[in-house]
Ligand binder design. Structure first.
Ligand code: ATP
Length: 249
């Protein structure tokens, strides 16, 4: 079976700082793959490199059998969409939800925008009453639903999710994670999801990669992480830290 995403020997260097070094991973179609690791370990850089937002210094990225070059074309963004952590920064505050959803449809030349916008709002649980509100009038959770609708409206097969709920309150976080799970199941999407929260990744992802200092420490199934079947000391220390946090928190 052709992998949804195959990364081989990927390195990203900013000036002389090595943010990613020789990272390889393969994600199957319909799989949900997590990236975990301490702050600065290169998780976002990996997603950004796939999306064409970080410079690839070495290695290859193949999406659905197609090797990506330096520039991403329009077809790539129909296939791969990214959802960022901060729904305040990623949506223009003075645009209506309608305008925000129309923009990608116009760029890609869709002529059935009316029905697509109605369907997208419904799919993310917002409904028609939100259509002509401005994004600055929405809560963080509602904004993130709009960001998800905007990502889904082009019917991508892969979503790159960079800490999609970590800017939200705990209860809203759970709602948005549930929404993401629902749309993944309904549309048979492939997810690559960054989170600093091991519980979120264990819950949402089939497999995950642990990263440290821009390198892959190990890859394992979420069930193995949950059962503490890990091989590397660094992964063990992440587990201990997250459990300590939970006990004290
Ligand atoms: N455009 C850039 N120019 C220079 N350095 C960068 C750039 N983007 C990222 N870095 C550096 O690369 C390293 C990895 O950053 P990255 O954002 O990928 O980490 P992360 O694991 O996602 O961390 P966090 O969980 O805090 O978001 C960091 O040291 C960061 O400062």
């Amino acid at each position: 079976m052709t992998a949804a995403l195959a990364i081989d020997g990927l390195s990203v260097v900013f000036d002389d700082f090595v943010a990613l070094e020789d990272v390889s991973l393969t994600v199957a179609p319909g799989e949900s793959f997590g990236l975990v690791g301490e702050s600065g370990s290169g998780k976002s850089t990996l997603l950004r490199a796939v999306a064409g937002l970080a410079p690839v210094s070495a290695g290859t990225i193949v999406v659905d059998g197609k090797m990506l070059g330096d520039k991403r074309d329009k077809a790539f963004y129909r296939q791969v969409q990214m959802v960022f952590q901060d729904p305040y920064g990623s949506l223009h505050p003075r645009q209506t939800v309608d305008r925000l959803l129309l923009e990608p449809l116009a760029i890609h030349g869709f002529d059935d925008s009316e029905s697509r916008i109605v369907r997208a709002l419904d799919e993310v649980g917002l409904g028609a009453s939100f259509r002509f509100r401005y994004s600055h009038q929405l809560s963080g959770g509602q904004r993130q639903r709009v960001a998800i609708a905007r990502a889904l409206i082009l019917e991508p097969s892969i979503l790159l999710l960079d800490e999609p709920t970590s800017a939200l309150d705990a209860s809203v976080q759970a709602e948005v994670l549930n929404l993401l799970e629902q749309v993944r199941a309904a549309r048979k999407l492939t997810f690559v999801m960054v989170s600093h929260d091991l519980a979120v990744v264990t819950h949402m992802c089939d497999r995950l990669m642990v990263m440290q200092h821009g390198q892959a420490v190990e890859q394992l199934a979420s069930t193995d992480l949950a059962a503490h079947r890990v091989t590397q000391d660094y992964t063990r220390s992440l587990l201990t830290a997250s459990e300590g946090f939970r006990r004290n928190g």
